[in-house]
Design a protein around this ligand. Structure first.
Ligand SMILES: CSC[C@H]1O[C@H](OP(=O)(O)O)[C@H](O)[C@@H]1O
Length: 367
């Protein structure tokens, strides 16, 4: 996508092909700082600290981290050890494990002499595929927005609510939840987005940054305002991203998504989840019981970043010193609260039968 007329992806290979560049998403939207990662340790740190974040994007950055490790040492042992370090950086988004496993299996299947070149090719393939997957999510999601628009009185705005950031900054390009919105805007459909600020890390400000740069109308709201807006008929549909969808259609996403889905159900607002198929975890059925929920430092909750009156990025303590915080980064929305899944192959219901029909290669008949 573009920032001030310049085309970007969220991750790209350096000219010498020995490192990758990413945006420092700890600094966005306050400053556009580009980081260079050249080692596995730097990639792991960027994921752990959320300098880079978003399920598909941490998969790509994690894979490049493993490629950097392979550049240092092509032995099986080193690959296994490096895989373990990277896969443990963040436990919830399945995309990280999916990308690392895909790369590991590819390189362990060839002689050591071929591993370095193959590793970077697999990383590039994963990144390029993500762009196509997300673009197709946009195409299919656009049809849903068109249906909503057609059902509204002529000239009325389509109001869409989203949570966290599932835009192009969470993927390589296009995004997942935001891809249909960009395509609707590009087709001249009058859309407006209610953007949950998404405490405690306020990824909603990334969504506001993205939408603002693209020209899409949007309003930043407190996370707790969603139910009120739905009650008052201000929301036509909800579209969120996800970090893991189970074989049964349960959806793991940023903390607060479950409450949004409950309010949507209560107010009969369609609740859609946009995802590329690598986000489906066929090994897990019951999301509430089986998906590991990352707990992050309480400091992220008790201190927030913003712009000081001097225009400088600052960190403000929002809780009494020493207050204990419980910082759950994700929650699980049971499939029965999900209207449907928007995937690169089209729309499917959030249940095992529909997912298996859409992605037979993922869910073998035995499951
Ligand atoms: C398109 S995946 C976006 C997904 O990832 C985010 O998590 P985080 O910002 O912690 O990496 C959030 O759950 C988004 O929905």
């Amino acid at each position: 996508m573009k920032i001030d007329g310049k085309q970007y992806r969220s991750v790209w290979l350096s000219d010498d092909k020995k490192s990758i560049h990413i945006f420092n998403q700890e600094r966005l939207p306050y400053s556009l700082e580009i980081l260079t990662l050249s080692t596995m340790a730097e990639a792991a740190d960027a994921i752990v600290t959320m300098k880079t974040r978003g399920a598909p994007l941490i998969g790509v950055v994690g894979a490049y981290g493993l490629a950097f490790a392979i550049s240092e040492d092509t032995s099986d042992r080193h690959i296994e050890d490096s895989y373990k370090v990277l896969v443990e950086t963040r436990p919830t988004a399945i995309n990280l494990k999916w990308a690392l496993q895909r790369l590991k299996q590819a390189v362990l299947n060839v002689p050591e002499i071929s591993r370095k070149e193959l590793a970077f090719k697999v990383c590039a393939d994963i990144a390029d595929e993500d762009v196509e997957l997300c673009k197709n999510i946009g195409i299919h999601g656009l049809e849903l927005i068109k249906q909503i628009a057609a059902a509204k009185p002529e000239g009325e705005t389509v109001n869409i609510m989203t949570h966290c950031n599932a835009g192009w900054l969470a993927t390589v390009d296009w995004g997942t939840a935001l891809a249909p919105i960009y395509m609707a805007y590009n087709e001249g459909i009058d859309v407006h987005v209610w953007v949950d600020e998404t405490r405690p890390r306020n990824q909603g400000t990334l969504t506001a940054f993205e939408l603002g740069k693209h020209g899409v109308k949007h309003t930043l709201i407190a996370d707790n305002a969603g139910g009120h807006l739905m009650q008052h008929g201000e929301v036509d549909m909800v579209i969120v991203g996800t970090d893991r969808v189970t074989a049964n259609g349960d959806v793991c996403n940023k903390i607060g998504t479950y409450l949004k889905a409950l309010a949507a159900k209560e107010n009969r607002v369609p609740f859609y989840v946009a995802l590329p198929s690598p986000t489906i975890d066929p090994e897990v059925a019951d999301g509430v019981k089986e998906i590991p929920i990352e707990q992050r430092a309480g400091q992220e909750q008790s201190h927030v970043q913003g712009i000081t009156e001097l225009g400088k990025r600052g960190i403000v303590n929002t809780a009494p010193e020493g207050t204990r915080c419980a910082n759950y980064a994700f929650d699980v929305t049971p499939a029965e609260l999900v209207t449907g899944l928007i995937t690169e192959r089209g729309f499917c219901d959030a249940n095992r039968q529909s997912i298996k029909k859409m992605f037979p290669e993922l869910l073998s008949s035995s499951k």
